[in-house]
Design a protein around this ligand. Sequence first.
Ligand code: IPE
Ligand code: IPE
Ligand code: MG
Length: 249
Amino acid sequence: MSADKEKDKMEAQNKIPRHVAIIMDGNGRWAQKHNVSRISGHNAGMLAMKEIIKRADIMGIKYLTVYAFSTENWKRSAEEVGGIFGLLVKYVASELRELDENNVKVSILGDYKSIPRSAVASIEKALDTTKDNDGLFFNIALNYGGRQEITRAARKIAKLAIQGLINPEDVSEDTVSEYLYTGEENGNIPDPDLIIRTSGEERMSNFLLWQCAYSELAFSDSLWPDFTPEEFETIVRSYAGRERRFGGR
Ligand code: IPE
Ligand code: IPE
Ligand code: MG
């Protein structure tokens, strides 16, 4: 390889985003299109997710966050909600060993302790098994809501202030960040560089509201179960060509 080409390659690699977050949307429409149950759609979505995790790891992405269940998703039927958590338990049971062998560290963003008990147990097993891994940091936003997360941080900070442990004048953006799910409790996950949403919808749906302040956004028309590692890689590479300004000129 010529020196120039080598340099180009290095530059492209340097631009691989450190943190990619995904709003995995479209399982229901995929199910409808294929005339199967919504749960079958979520199952197909889990299979897609498995492949994306592998590709993210190969590409050298350090943090991958997926939106799996929002605080608003409880509005769905008990059957669908139960089915989603059931799939989660099944997925963890069948994949945990491989994730661990690949040095993947699983974290949960969200109030996972209030999901069904069997799912909590399976999540806790995944957290515990992978806690010392330092390969891909794979974060699952589960029973997650951005407003709920910011409110929770505000409550924590207010308590510290009442206890005299923090001076209200000293509450900074960094203080707020510290008390989010992405803060200290999960090893300080950097803000996402790139957020991808599938299924043609173009909204945040309460995902990482604080952390997305300067994220690049990408939208795909693919329904989540149809989203391939190739498309993922193309989107991530195209991110390398974008100029991020952070408010500067
Ligand atoms: C995303 O797919 C998965 C979850 C929200 C759990 P949807 O279930 O929202 O799929 P659509 O939007 O109905 O197609
Ligand atoms: C966002 O998708 C939540 C997840 C992908 C888990 P939704 O399908 O719930 O969002 P809305 O209702 O279309 O905004
Ligand atoms: Mg949806």
